[in-house]
Design a protein around this ligand. Structure first.
Ligand SMILES: Nc1ncnc2c1ncn2[C@@H]1O[C@H](COP(=O)(O)OP(=O)(O)OP(=O)(O)O)[C@@H](O)[C@H]1O
Ligand SMILES: [Mg+2]
Length: 339
């Protein structure tokens, strides 16, 4: 396609933008900081992320993309417009955009993505399922007959797809992700120990201590929060076993989503998946013991792609270079196609 061609992963946790021929040109958290009273944005992306949990009660930090889909239209539009202006500078031509969507996105979700991208400054838009882009990013031969299962464990969702001959045969999106694990940790500390922590601390505790299987050796961390009793700073210790127990419910929902796709998958493809193994991608795939847990629960070998946080965008990059690698049914749309 002529003009500037870019790829966007507008994820629940982060937004990544890639440009044809250049690679990744933007990688920032998908958050906006709002003034609580006026609801007016005061910071976007990296700036908003560092504010989260650090300021007084006048500012709230929100995720306009939640559980993989656009949950707040006008803030999503403002955030994407900010990012597009940042990468486009004073370029006059509107870019053609490939944007990833969860395979379980409804028609309304898909339309909203197209609408938001075009109203934020894009020319034409093509939607592609996140798992298909991940498969291409992982170097899976997209036209291969042999069935592959891709599980994208993201910040706000788990997208599970069985792919054969470049098409998604069976899929499911579970609306639970890494952000929900962070929230479970904050909730646990508040309810059981009367300690308040910010989202960045919760995420750090998850990354340092969290696990999808019980660790053989318990580890612990000392960190800071606020006492719920008197609102004063408090230093406290928390163990890996406590974190494991408080994220178990969310982990089970993720695993049940994978099992339900396996149940719906035709026998021939199940044979292929058993031979090929299940492939994990997305940031939450990095949780300690995730491969082992999924393998134990499904009885199928599990591997993680080389670069789980960027693998999907590597796939989008390949598509930008060679759009013909997609099967029929994918095209660039403009605003007239969506009304
Ligand atoms: N080492 C790690 N261990 C556990 N979780 C991690 C690790 N590194 C990143 N994460 C988590 O990965 C999540 C972000 O993953 P990713 O960037 O794939 O999500 P996303 O694409 O923005 O979300 P979605 O696809 O659900 O819309 C965050 O919840 C983050 O805390
Ligand atoms: Mg994602």
């Amino acid at each position: 396609m002529a003009g500037m061609n870019i790829g966007i992963d507008f994820g629940s946790s982060s937004t990544i933008i890639t440009e044809q021929g250049k690679g990744i040109i933007l990688d920032e958290p998908s958050v906006i900081a709002l003034d609580i009273e006026t609801k007016y944005p005061v910071a976007f992306g990296n700036n908003a992320y560092t504010i989260d949990g650090r300021t007084d009660d006048n500012i709230e930090v929100i995720h306009p993309v939640l559980n993989g889909v656009i949950s707040h239209y006008s803030y999503a539009q403002k955030l994407l417009r900010y990012y597009l202006q940042k990468v486009l500078g004073n370029k006059v031509f509107k870019p053609n955009v490939i944007i990833t969507v969860p395979s379980g996105a409804t028609n309304l979700d898909r339309r909203t993505f197209v609408d938001v991208v075009i109203s934020s400054g894009a020319g034409k838009v093509c939607l592609i399922e996140e798992s298909l882009a991940s498969a291409i990013g992982a170097g899976i031969n997209e036209r291969s007959m042999s069935g592959r299962m891709l599980v994208n464990l993201g910040g706000g969702s788990v997208d599970i797809s069985v792919i054969t001959m470049g098409n998604i045969a069976v899929s499911n999106t579970v609306r639970v992700g890494g952000i929900d694990l962070d929230k479970a940790i904050s909730r646990y500390l508040q309810r059981n120990r009367d300690i308040l922590i910010g989202p960045l601390t919760a995420e750090r505790l998850k990354i340092c201590l969290g696990s999808a299987i019980k660790r053989e050796e318990e580890i612990a961390l000392v960190t800071f929060g606020k006492s719920g009793l008197d609102n004063m700073p408090i230093s406290f210790e928390i163990t890996s076993t406590e974190i494991f127990n408080c994220i178990e419910e969310q982990l089970e929902q993720m695993i049940n989503g994978i099992k339900s796709v396996l149940e719906k998958t035709p026998p021939e493809l199940i044979g292929d998946i058993s031979d090929n193994g299940i492939l994990l991608t997305g940031g939450t795939a990095l949780l300690f013991g995730m491969e082992k847990r999924i393998s134990e629960e499904t009885g199928i070998e599990v591997k993680t792609v080389k670069d789980p946080l960027y693998n999907t965008m590597n796939g989008v990059n390949s598509i930008l270079d060679n759009f013909d690698m997609l099967t029929e049914g994918y095209s660039f749309q403009n605003v007239h196609h969506i009304n």
